[in-house]
Design a protein around this ligand. Structure first.
Ligand SMILES: Nc1nc2c(c(=O)[nH]1)N[C@H]1C(S)=C(S)[C@@H](COP(=O)(O)O)O[C@H]1N2
Ligand SMILES: [Mo]
Length: 214
């Protein structure tokens, strides 16, 4: 008679091995399962929208006291920062020390004054892409609306004229060609989140997919 207990244990062990997070690498700044790159790969839906600075517009709306619209000029009048942060893509590349310049997301959030009940945001992009974050995540001081990278205007293929940069999350949360920030009470999963990507996307916890790592 087969030893069922042993067989089941072996199967569970196999399943767990598959689901186990990757081992950390040598560089403590590279999250588990990631490889360092230096060439800033391009990743998107393959529909590069045409957005010039003169046609670009950012609509900040939803559960706020004061909805606001920015154009290129009014956006550039906001306080700006330089930021050096790491960028981690769920497809397993990480690039360290990216130099961004732009407007901290909290500068805009302060100005629209979210209502008490606003707890989540949807980032809207010109290619119809969306992604979602808790409002709190946007208040971190390393979250910026970037218009430059490595000292040059953000190229169209990387989301120029303006993209979001959220260094603490996998890069799919960093919406390119950003055109809208919408505040709501409930969480609304975005383009990838409804297709199985993890809602939180913390690269240090390997939150790649919502049903584990298999
Ligand atoms: N608008 C928009 N933003 C997007 C995407 C997209 O398809 N459309 N792809 C996301 C994904 S999956 C990644 S990994 C990063 C890649 O940014 P990069 O092309 O500048 O490297 O953009 C994110 N932001
Ligand atoms: Mo990605």
């Amino acid at each position: 008679m087969p030893n069922w207990v042993k067989m089941i244990e072996a199967k569970v062990a196999l399943a767990k091995r598959g689901a186990k997070p990757s081992r950390a690498g040598d560089n403590p700044r590279i999250p588990p399962g990631q490889k360092e790159v230096h060439d800033f790969p391009i990743l998107d839906l393959g529909l590069e929208p045409e957005v010039s600075p003169s046609s670009w517009n950012l609509r900040v709306f939803g559960l706020v006291e004061q909805e606001l619209d920015y154009n290129w000029k009014t956006f550039n009048e906001l306080p700006q920062v330089d930021l050096t942060t790491d960028f981690h893509c769920v497809t397993r590349w990480s690039q360290l020390d990216m130099n961004w310049r732009g407007v901290p997301a909290r500068e805009i959030i302060m100005r629209v004054r979210p209502l008490e009940k606003a707890a989540f945001v949807t980032l809207h992009s010109a290619d119809e892409y969306t992604t979602n974050l808790p409002l709190e995540a946007l208040l971190d001081d390393d979250v910026i609306l970037a218009h430059s990278v490595f000292g040059k205007p953000l190229p169209p293929e990387h989301g120029g004229p303006v993209r979001l940069v959220v260094p603490k999350r996998y890069a799919w949360k960093s919406a390119k060609w950003l055109t809208g920030i919408e505040f709501h009470e409930e969480d609304r999963p975005g383009f990838w989140e409804v297709r199985g990507y993890h809602n939180e996307a913390d690269p240090w916890k390997e939150e790649r997919f919502s049903h584990g790592n298999l």
